[in-house]
Design a protein around this ligand. Structure first.
Ligand code: GLO
Ligand code: MG
Length: 348
């Protein structure tokens, strides 16, 4: 029975998750793969959906006119339908273009802010064509390196203005804010799920503004991702998920799920289970990258391994000795509760 329940989770990844190993200190270590290759890789893995940046869906998006963009999005939709892969979400990539050097929605330059909003509206149109009502906002450059360079109070208003413009552009769209406390910025304006859900309340349509939790981002904020999951799900606002792992407070590592901390991963799975994540069609996405050392013939391992570990932890969550644990909780014997968890994870 546990097995058939476990199979109710549906998995997803993005084309950027087949990365080539480049880091700030060295070049690619694997050949770039084509979009078609990535699509069939997802199928081979048994994943059911793909997530898209707007320019993953329509490459070189800024050089194309709106009609061309929609035409290419329609062609993509046909290919996805042909493969039986859904588009989970679309995310405007607002951190590459020269117009977003000083931030996108919170740029000090009005013209650049307009670019960011227009591009987001176009991403919403692409989402419509691809058959998803989810726009993900990783607010990469909304923050500052230098506190005095921006008015953080005004930036809250600018963010609300941008969210409102997106919500008004299409009454069906839902916005999932993906908080990350730092990198590339020194500090981001919406660093945690609490911030994301709070700003939702300032918009014209709070019920259409929710969030996406990435394990590594919560860890970078010094938080436990499982508490973030419980918090978001108490509001019914966890609309997507980027599971991965992170070893402490350093650059965003995007390691395979559970790679660094099995217990933290176990608790994320328990939180998803107790809240019924996936029941409304949400996907489990892995925002993971191959290690730089990964050979081309092992290109899919980081995704396959993350999925397999996730499913193993689902079994662990379901076979957790709840009664025994509750008795220890009632006795305030957290000392032995700790051991119970460790022994359970060790299979003892
Ligand atoms: C980077 C983010 C990034 C987003 C993606 C979707 O730290 O995790 O990978 O998830 O761009 O918006
Ligand atoms: Mg992510």
């Amino acid at each position: 029975m546990a097995k058939s329940k476990a199979s109710t989770y549906r998995f997803c990844a993005g084309p950027w998750n087949f990365s080539e190993g480049r880091d700030p200190y060295g070049p690619e270590t694997r050949p770039a793969q084509s979009f078609d290759w990535k699509l069939s890789a997802l199928k081979e893995l048994g994943f059911e959906a793909m997530m898209f940046h707007d320019d993953d869906a329509v490459p070189d998006i800024d050089s194309k006119n709106p009609a061309q963009v929609l035409k290419e999005a329609k062609e993509l939709k046909k290919r996805l339908d042909g493969e039986g892969i859904a588009a989970e979400m679309v995310a405007p990539r607002l951190w590459f273009h020269p117009s977003t050097v000083d931030g996108a929605y919170t740029s000090n330059d009005k013209k650049q802010r307009r670019y960011a909003i227009d591009r987001s509206k176009q991403a919403i149109d692409i989402a419509g064509v691809l058959g998803t009502d989810l726009l993900v906002l990783w607010l990469a450059r909304e923050g500052s390196y230098l506190r005095e360079s921006k008015d953080a109070r005004r930036c809250v208003d600018l963010l609300v203005e941008a969210l409102d413009a997106m919500l008004a552009h299409d009454r069906r769209i839902r916005l999932a804010i993906e908080p990350k406390p730092n990198e590339p910025m020194d500090h981001a304006y919406l660093p945690t799920i609490g911030h994301a859900l709070a700003i939702a309340q300032l918009t014209d349509a709070p019920s259409r503004v929710g969030c996406l939790i990435e394990s590594a981002h919560a860890i970078l904020a010094g938080l436990d991702p499982s508490d973030e999951i419980d918090f978001a799900m108490a509001f019914g606002k966890l609309w997507s998920l980027h599971l991965n792992d992170q070893n402490g407070l350093k650059f965003d590592q995007d390691k395979p799920f559970a790679s660094s901390n099995l217990r933290v991963a176990f608790n994320q799975v328990r939180a998803l289970e107790r809240n019924g994540y996936g029941r409304n069609g949400e996907y489990v996405c892995f925002d993971v990258h191959p290690f730089r050392t990964t050979r081309p013939e092992h290109y899919l391992k980081h995704l396959a391994n993350s999925r397999d570990t996730f499913l193993a932890l689902v079994e662990k969550a379901r076979s957790y000795p709840e009664k025994e644990a509750q008795a220890l909780v009632a006795d305030r014997n957290y000392q032995d509760l700790d051991l119970l968890v460790l022994r359970h994870l060790l299979g003892m």
